[in-house]
Write a protein that binds this ligand. Sequence first.
Ligand SMILES: Nc1ncnc2c1ncn2[C@@H]1O[C@H](COP(=O)(O)OP(=O)(O)OP(=O)(O)O)[C@@H](O)[C@H]1O
Ligand SMILES: [Mg+2]
Length: 321
Amino acid sequence: MSRLQVVSGKGGTGKTTVAAALALALATEGKRTLLVEVEGRQGIAQLFETEALPYEERKIAVAPGGGEVYALAIDAERALLDYLQMFYKLGGAGRALKKLGAIDFATTIAPGVRDVLLTGKACEAVRRRERDGHPAYDHVVMDAPPTGRITRFLNVNDEVAGLARIGPIHNQAQAVMKVLKSPDTAVHLVTLLEEMPVQETADGIAELRAAGLPVGRVVVNMVRPQVLDEAAVRAASGDHREAIARTLVSAGVTGGAALVEPLLDQAAEHARRVELEREQRAVLDGIGLPAYELPYLGDGADIAGLYRLAKELRRQGVGAA
Ligand SMILES: Nc1ncnc2c1ncn2[C@@H]1O[C@H](COP(=O)(O)OP(=O)(O)OP(=O)(O)O)[C@@H](O)[C@H]1O
Ligand SMILES: [Mg+2]
């Protein structure tokens, strides 16, 4: 299993939820995972119902079997200070610079440099070792920007190429790309069984591949149970009013006849959705990537829901050796 799992997808399809569930699922049997977000939206804190995450790795959940999930909201400005400290041993001087406002950088920095700092921090966490040589984290999961921006975001080498051909930013970009393009990384795309997200998924995969980035899986989220079988779906779209009315009446359902139209409407609606989902599934099958599939949670994706999704992912092989 890749050590850096990047979760992208169309906006609102469940990237944050899936990234969190994946981090939980990977934290089995005493493993330790780090869940990072890069867009400064505190989505992880919201999801885990904790206060805003500081720029500091914090334990936010314990997985069944004792594994631990840490979380970090990566901030480009703080990542720059880390970076200066690492490369120039600035330490306290870096903090002083910040206090002086010398690094009023969040708004002025070139986007490519910003991205290399964000991805760089995640890659640093992937490579980090404890004193005893063990990796600090078994897995790092990134709640990443949406499909439309993911390739640019990850392809930092190209992004900074125009800015820095030599020097530390260039070297940093090279080091980051080495991790991102290695088998240690997988970029997953979350989708729903709807036309727009599926189309974006197909386009996103093509873009990632063209950039030489490792595509992982499609994660089909919010899959609803199919309550009618094939025959029933067909029947629901046909004209069986009288038979249904007779059945309702003979079954002693009060007001049976009046229920026929609303019931048929609902059944037809369901049949349409099943048909649309079938079409989108066929498109996804055509892409030919392995997929994870997560159920729609009727009660919403709260913490209990996350554990359910994590269990589902493990059932589908996540975290297996
Ligand atoms: N499997 C699911 N079942 C039910 N609700 C879900 C599921 N997955 C996500 N949700 C809900 O869908 C909404 C969007 O999810 P989430 O915030 O994870 O998406 P996102 O892709 O990260 O969105 P954004 O693009 O805004 O970052 C949230 O309200 C979340 O609780
Ligand atoms: Mg999100």
